[in-house]
Write a protein that binds this ligand. Structure first.
Ligand code: SF4
Ligand code: SF4
Length: 466
């Protein structure tokens, strides 16, 4: 006997609901694995509700069940169309800053100035408006100080060791390539450089032609004479990212975030230095730009190399890890080719509606409004001084903005699917934001410290509850 239309509709309904129930169960388990308790609980509630609906629907009279099934089917089609078709496309062009940044003006350079030195005197003669606030900042406990609010003996010393480790290599960043062996012009230098960077451990790699606005105008720290104009004759910048651990970042602004920063700066420095040496051995000049010794503004070079867009929090937003990366750069005279990268408007559109980083920033350093004209380009400008002041009070590099960003979730199947939808559809971006708030909270809870960072006998643990 042939099945009638009611039976077919009923089977369709059951199939759809089984799939939904399965997806919700997987979602809850993945969230549990990620350590996201609220998301796991919400997934479990949805799972139970879908199961109840399935059972209740099967108890309805056959005709009503069939009508419900057809309506469910159409609803599903509409949702799929809204999520994966390019609805709500936004127009956006990459802005090119007109001004070069003086490295002496960034808070990292200013905090290092010691009262009574020639550098201190010359800087505050040039920028008298910064003197009082910088002097006040110098009275604060400082980054990685054991007197800071979130001090943790193991954590801070771990991070400090990473930064000291980089210091050892800070002078070994430049190579002239004179003794290297050049290859025929047909040699695929671009392919080789990208492969080697990936082999050394880069998560993503891109190349851009160096522009004036990528390069600091004057030296503010690192090698070279303080205050000298920056000279960088290289034509290309190889930019790459390294991935930061999700769990460590999710405990931000507590100690693990600065440990992870230190560790990843070491990783980025190691890759950059090896890559610079490799380029030199291939016969071309190179310079590794590493923590504390940059000549370029790494996020801008990385953006133009096609690795992401600059979001509301002023950091590089990569397609698969969002801002949960550190950036390394090697500049070189090697003949390379750049890619033809398109601006990713979906990120900017998402940042326009999201504002989660701004709401969670403890120092209110991130703007709530739209992008504005800064340095000749339309962008979000964060209040770097407020941010840095907060770091000097708590002792970590905070990172709360990174930890709450919906783009920073782990790069697994669940979030990849959502990222695909976000990229294509304006509707999906709005729906994804609501779902992110529902599953993770508008103010996501910080992860606790790993057990091994809790106080042990004989170790200092300043706050006792961080
Ligand atoms: S938290 Fe939201 S607004 Fe902030 S950078 Fe991430 S996506 Fe953009
Ligand atoms: S690091 Fe912290 S203080 Fe700085 S912008 Fe991000 S959330 Fe705000």
């Amino acid at each position: 006997m042939m099945p009638d239309i009611f039976q077919i509709a009923g089977c369709g309904f059951n199939l759809i609901f089984f799939t939904v129930i399965l997806a919700l169960a997987v979602m809850a388990l993945i969230s549990l694995k990620e350590g996201e308790k609220r998301a796991a609980k919400t997934g479990a509630v949805f799972f139970a509700s879908a199961l109840i609906i399935l059972i209740a629907a099967n108890l309805l009279p056959q005709q009503i069940f069939a009508l419900l099934s057809i309506a469910t089917f159409f609803l599903l089609v509409v949702i799929l169309i809204l999520f994966f078709l390019p609805i709500g496309k936004v127009q956006f062009r990459r802005e090119v800053p007109q001004n070069r940044v003086d490295e002496r003006d960034i808070p990292f350079s200013r905090i290092r100035l010691e009262p009574g030195t020639e550098e201190y005197k010359s800087y505050y003669e040039m920028q008298p408006g910064n003197k009082n606030k910088d002097d006040r900042m110098r009275q604060m406990p400082g980054l990685l100080s054991q007197d800071a609010k979130l001090a943790n003996a193991i954590g801070f010393n771990t991070a400090d060791s990473s930064f000291d480790f980089i210091e050892i290599f800070r002078t070994e960043v430049e190579h002239d390539g004179i003794n290297g062996q050049k290859h025929p012009p047909s040699f695929d230098y671009t392919g080789a450089v990208k492969q080697v960077a990936a082999y050394y451990g880069a998560h993503s790699v891109g190349i851009t032609e160096l522009a004036g606005y990528h390069i600091y105008s004057h030296i503010g720290r690192g090698t070279g004479k303080y205050g000298d104009p920056v000279r960088l004759d290289h034509r290309y910048a190889v930019a790459f990212t390294v991935k930061m651990d999700h769990r460590m970042i999710r405990s931000a602004p507590k100690t693990p975030v600065v440990m992870e920063s230190g560790k990843k700066y070491v990783e980025a420095a190691a890759i950059a230095m090896q890559l610079a040496l490799f380029i030199s051995k291939m016969g071309y000049s190179s310079r590794a730009h590493i923590d504390g010794n940059y000549r370029v503004i790494a996020p801008l070079a990385a953006r133009d190399a096609g690795l992401g867009e600059i979001g509301r929090m002023g950091l590089l937003m990569t397609p698969d890890l969002g801002p949960r990366v550190r950036i390394g750069v090697v500049t070189t005279g090697m003949p390379l080719t750049t890619g033809s990268y398109k601006p990713e408007a979906s990120v900017i559109d998402f940042c326009l509606i999201c504002k989660k980083c701004a709401e969670n920033c403890p120092s209110r350093a991130i703007q709530f409004g739209d992008q504005s004209e800064t340095g000749g380009a339309l962008r979000w400008q964060i209040d770097a001084e407020s941010c840095f002041q907060y770091w000097n009070v708590v002792g970590t590099d905070c990172g709360r903005c990174i930890s709450v960003c919906p783009y920073a979730h782990p790069d697994n199947f669940l979030h990849q699917l959502m990222r695909k939808a976000i990229k294509h559809s304006g509707f999906a971006r709005r729906a994804a934001l609501r779902l992110d708030d529902l599953f993770y909270g508008r103010k996501p809870e910080e992860f606790p410290l790993p057990d091994w960072l809790e106080p042990r006998t004989g170790l200092i643990h300043k706050s006792g509850k961080n």
